[in-house]
Design a protein. Structure first.
Length: 558
């Protein structure tokens, strides 16, 4: 407790502010501040506090919260243990952690990280000098990391994370996507390739990213980067051994793991790898793999129990799939049926408009006489834009007349409805978890939305965005991917901590609340005997709860 005391020196009285504490059972002076003579103290009180010479404002809540999680995860320690450098300036782990926090809160290029850093509270933990934040310094330190070191760091982080945070690994989800890059066509790269682009940027080269995440708050456990033109099933076969190795590294913390993946990863070779591994699985099937099950009458389906299923029904059986006897579950969801029917009507409408446009142009242009083959090519292109079912429901006839080619077409609505009756609203699942209830199997597969949500966030959100990504070598692209995955790991662990503390919020809500908490630092004139003082901007009730929950300080002197 602080108290005011006076001392007599050479016949004059001077006042001091002192603070004492008991140390080893005895009172000891721990802090003392000189205030001056009585007239000086009175003069200061009458004059009021000095005016600050400068006030600086910086983002506080998001930076400090992610630093808290990174400290628990020992991110810097694990990276530096695998990628050491001589003791000169910030370490590799410090550079990569700063880059990951930037990727989480305000994704920017390496050339702009310095400007962003100056507007954050990261200096509390990492007092970088301006020259140390140059983009070249980040690229230099990214050079310490190669593929083998990324895998070693990720393994260490995963093992530590599972122990420290007690993650539930009973069910995990695997999926893959790709991201466009800005690499020039002539730039050599094995990773950046043109192929099926899931962001529809066919003009750009893409890089693939595979992830395995927990269903316990969508936390990444494993990632792999692969060429953007490689099919998902090919990549799954490539990474299966790594997935199994990661499981074995974690087997001391979990008894069994069930991996969930979609039908894009199905193949005889992939399934054989899973079957001979200690992993269990829940996957989905394509309609042509068990076409007869789509014909099962609705009275053979039974309602799934539980509030989460909302009228979903299921039919369960066993069938030989990809070389082994599997449990197969067919679910029917009325809401899914209606949504697919609505989507089908939209696709048929667009197909009808394309065919009608061709038909109208032929009729309205008597002086232009294209060949029948030219018209047929336009028809084939219009049908190609439609899905496989739609093109089978349309009969198109191109005939040559005295006034030029003419087009007639007919949409078979009966065939469309028959297809919808057997296919729409249904999901086909298969698994080796014969001991699970149907509800458990369906619930496990539904957890796949976790990883899909992560990919959407990395592509669309202002948080955790993969872009900008201006790296021109495969090695740097791999490190960039690791930084992005590390950012996802930190944010989702943060969200999990908040949920366990009674605050269930989305990633966007969480980061919006935290990043709008700013620190205000008052600087006072030299000789004023006042330290620089830091406080925070006014906070909402939810923001204050977040700070309390995460044990982030509200005010302190600097």
């Amino acid at each position: 407790m602080a108290s005011l005391t006076k001392r007599k020196v050479n016949g004059k009285i001077y006042y001091y502010l002192v603070e004492s504490q008991r140390i080893n059972g005895k009172p000891r002076l721990v802090k003392q501040k000189y205030l001056g003579r009585a007239d000086q103290v009175v003069a200061r009180l009458e004059a009021g506090p000095p005016t600050p010479t400068k006030v600086t404002v910086a983002e506080y809540g998001g930076s400090m919260a992610l630093l808290r999680i990174a400290e628990r995860l020992r991110v810097v320690d694990h990276i530096d243990a695998v990628a050491p450098k001589r003791d000169q300036g910030p370490s590799v782990g410090q550079y990569l952690l700063v880059a990951a926090i930037n990727r989480a809160l305000a994704p920017t290029s390496k050339t702009k990280i310095a400007d962003w850093y100056q507007r954050t509270a990261l200096y509390h933990q990492f007092p970088f000098r301006a020259a140390e934040l140059a983009s070249q310094r980040f690229w230099d330190h990214m050079g310490y990391i190669d593929t083998s070191r990324i895998q070693a760091i990720e393994t260490r982080l995963t093992q530590h994370m599972v122990r420290e945070f007690g993650l539930d690994l009973e069910t995990v989800v695997y999926d893959a996507t790709n991201f466009y890059t800005w690499l020039d066509t002539m730039t050599p790269s094995e990773l950046a390739q043109r192929g099926h682009q899931k962001q529809h940027r066919t003009d750009l080269r893409a890089v693939g990213l595979a992830l395995m995440v927990t269903t316990d708050f969508n936390i990444p456990l494993f990632h792999a980067v692969y060429p953007g033109n490689r099919a998902d099933s090919q990549e799954f076969h490539t990474v299966t051994e790594d997935l199994i190795a990661r499981y074995r590294a974690l087997c001391d913390t979990c008894q069994s793991v069930t991996i969930v993946y979609d039908k894009g990863n199905n193949s005889q070779a992939n399934q054989a790898q899973i079957d001979t591994s200690p992993l269990h699985f829940v996957g989905s099937l394509k309609a042509n793999q068990v076409p007869d099950l789509l014909e099962v009458a609705s009275d053979h389906f039974r309602p799934l129990t539980g509030a989460d299923f909302g009228g979903v029904t299921a039919y369960r059986t066993e069938r030989e799939i990809l070389g082994e006897r599997r449990t197969v579950v067919v679910t029917y969801n009325e809401a899914l049926y209606l949504g697919q029917w609505q989507g089908e009507l939209l696709r048929l409408r667009r197909l009808n408009e394309r065919l009608h446009t061709i038909q109208a142009r032929l009729a309205d242009s008597p002086h232009r006489r294209p060949t029948v083959d030219a018209v047929q090519k336009r028809v084939d292109a219009a049908l190609a834009k439609a899905g496989p079912p739609e093109r089978h429901w349309v009969t198109v006839t191109v005939t040559d007349t005295d006034t030029g080619p003419r087009l007639a077409y007919h949409i078979d609505h009966a065939a469309c409805e028959a297809w919808g009756h057997t296919h729409w609203g249904k999901t086909l699942l298969f698994t080796d978890r014969h001991d699970w209830t149907t509800e458990q199997i369906v619930t496990a597969y539904r957890e796949a939305w976790h990883i899909e949500q992560t990919f959407r966030t990395m592509k669309q959100s202002s948080w955790l965005h993969w872009q900008p990504q201006f790296h021109w070598t495969d090695d740097k692209i791999r490190v960039h991917a690791f930084i992005c995955v590390l950012a996802v790991m930190l944010v989702h662990l943060l969200r999990r901590e908040c949920a366990h503390g009674g605050m269930e919020v989305s990633v966007a809500e969480l980061l919006e609340d935290l990043t709008t908490i700013e620190e205000v630092l008052y600087h006072y004139p030299a000789g004023s005997d006042l330290d620089a003082y830091l406080t925070l901007t006014e906070r909402t009730e939810r923001q204050q709860k977040l700070l309390d929950l995460l044990a982030i300080p509200v005010t302190f002197t600097k």
